[in-house]
Write a protein that binds this ligand. Sequence first.
Ligand SMILES: Nc1ncnc2c1ncn2[C@@H]1O[C@H](COP(=O)(O)OP(=O)(O)OP(=O)(O)O)[C@@H](O)[C@H]1O
Ligand SMILES: [Mg+2]
Length: 269
Amino acid sequence: MSAVVEFDAVSVRRGQSHLLNDLSLTVREGEHWVVLGPNGAGKTTLLQLAGARMHPTTGTVQLLEEELGRVDVFELRPRIGFTSANLAQQTPGSEIVRDLVLTAAYGVLGRWTEEYEESDVQRANDLLAAFRIGDLADRPFATLSEGERKRAQIARSLMTDPELLLLDEPASGLDLGGREELLQALTEILGSKNAPTTITVTHHVEEIPPGVTHALLLKDGGTVAAGPIDEALTSENLTETFDVSVVLDEQEGRYSARAHFAAPERRRR
Ligand SMILES: Nc1ncnc2c1ncn2[C@@H]1O[C@H](COP(=O)(O)OP(=O)(O)OP(=O)(O)O)[C@@H](O)[C@H]1O
Ligand SMILES: [Mg+2]
């Protein structure tokens, strides 16, 4: 299987700060990765590189067999679906939901004067229906709930039928029902024929969709563990990553974690 994302000794520095430090990673076609790590670990920075939104300070990044710095990123980006809270903030509130999905075909936010093929409109409608928000297609984005917005954004990121899909905290801010619905939709994507290779960043193991195959645990811009999820996602590795003693459970592809604190010593009388 060919490498879709290949980081070789990648570092990203801003002033004195090391956002990523000598990171090497290979994500192959058909793999589904989850990236976990504490606030500030470098997860979003990693996705920015994998989405051709940023260049490394040192090291090389290959995406879809093209090397960043030697390729026109505007040709690369339509092949990569990307969603993040940042992108959501840039979406004009007046944008009609169907147009939000449709405009991804042109790599723009905000409909202007583009003419769209009937087949593009049909695809946008199909994606919205697949995420169970088909009835919201004519509503302005600002009127959607948080969960509906997340689903609309993921529908948008799939519009160009990308080879690589990057999701930065797709389930953050959702209530229990919203999270479960989103996970179900993501699991369907991961299991579908011709599914894109995916990298999902999350803070919580409970938000890992069944179907994820690999895990990367990041801390201070470096790798704690990376590999098949059964090997990389362990209580020991989570404990090291988050600096708190963690017990991990897995049931039918769903994970849960809780801190494990030593029982306090009985006070002597
Ligand atoms: N332009 C910048 N200059 C200096 N430091 C920066 C810059 N951009 C990001 N950082 C720092 O780099 C670190 C990594 O940021 P990043 O957004 O990748 O973390 P993250 O793992 O996504 O965190 P979170 O879980 O909070 O989203 C953070 O400590 C952040 O403050
Ligand atoms: Mg982040």
